[in-house]
Design a protein around this ligand. Sequence first.
Ligand SMILES: Cc1ncc(COP(=O)(O)O)c(C=O)c1O
Length: 470
Amino acid sequence: MTLYKHYADELAGLIADGSLQPGERLPSVREASRRRGYSEMTVLRAYHRLEARGLIAARQRSGYFVQAQRQRLPLKPLLSAPPAQATRIDKGERIHALLGAIRQSHIVPLGSAFPSPHLLPLKALHAALSRSVRRLDPMQTVVDLSPGNAELRRLIALRYRGDGIAIDADGLVITDGALEALNLCLQAVTQPGDTVIIESPTFYASLQALERLRLKAVEVPTDPDTGIDLDALDSAIRRHRPAAVWLMSSFQNPLGATMPDARKQALVRLLAAQAIPLIEDDVYGELHYGPIRPKPAKAWDAEGLVLHCASFSKCLAPGYRIGWAAAGRWSAAVERLKLGSSLSAAVPSQRALADYLAGGRYGRHLRTLRETLIAARDEMIDAIQQHFPAGTRVTRPDGGYFLWVELPPGIDTLALQQAALAHDISLAPGALFSAREDFSHCLRINYGHPDDPRVLPAIATLGALIAGGG
Ligand SMILES: Cc1ncc(COP(=O)(O)O)c(C=O)c1O
């Protein structure tokens, strides 16, 4: 961690535990620099960071003072209320256009779906890649065709076992990221015209996948803390007889919701009673802030009805494109679909990740990453509370790196997105996350780039744009 961030975190801690009281003056930049042995620039950058979080404020010619803190716990977003009808999805192009705006690399990545590459162990990964390529016998590459490299599958299964989750290496199919795993699983359990239940709001790629396979969507209310509403799910199942349910049971994108274990068990029971497959997206499962990884629904799947998908994209190696499916009864079908579409995931990527995992440094990397993300979440929530209008609601997730922000009604986040882009800031407008154009006053904010000095000032800019009517 850079020195100024370290110093800012230390001061934020003193403010949080009351050692520094509201109204109290901080040492002048020169004095702090002398006493701590930091450069004046380091102290100034730390003070600016705290100012952007709203923890301190500069008074003209008097220095920096601790601000009175607003209520620490932000208002929680409301439960969604989607219509009960099935929707034919026709917004792939629109999603593509909105995502295009998010993807440009020179802009502040509040709309991004990935963490900062600076938080990932890129050097160690590249070393693993070159080691494994040097050792690769070209005659052996066919061995790693679908279902994938045996050592990698063994190591992935072992990680699950370490968290008390029984997933069999033989049932794993290695894919090009979780997105391919999800798409193949959906294809394995549906026919065109079928209905699939998804969350509201949902990860936009589920909408694209349903549209591509000509499936209808039924969106079910999803609580920002506890995930999909099981009563509403039960009624939707009775009414629509879906071919599958697709959801995220931990650290849902965009809400960050995690279903408590009892609800996950109830979900698996409910679906097993009607033999409905569950496509479970668990890409953020390893980014838990608490001491224990929340178990996926797959952990209670005695019938092989859960098609569990995950990847290394969110916490280790997005560009390596390595994901997997533990597809239960549909393992062989998913393996066939993978073979039929692209034979296998790239062999060097598979072997590099196997090499990296075998090196035993993944656990330490994850611990550091989680600590960084916890601090980044709190900083971002503080900045939102400081700069966004009264009545703004925001989640406080226990994992992943997204905040779901509900602005006061009437604020149009599609217009805000355009205005923000003119300031080189991306954001993910709420409309991306529903089959129709719901959540028009919501947005998803990525806080996984705390090393980017433009991020907190960008929140102030967004606040000013909102105050000025976009
Ligand atoms: C919820 C969710 N699922 C799946 C994916 C895709 O993951 P991958 O990059 O491994 O294909 C993403 C990436 O944005 C995601 O946010």
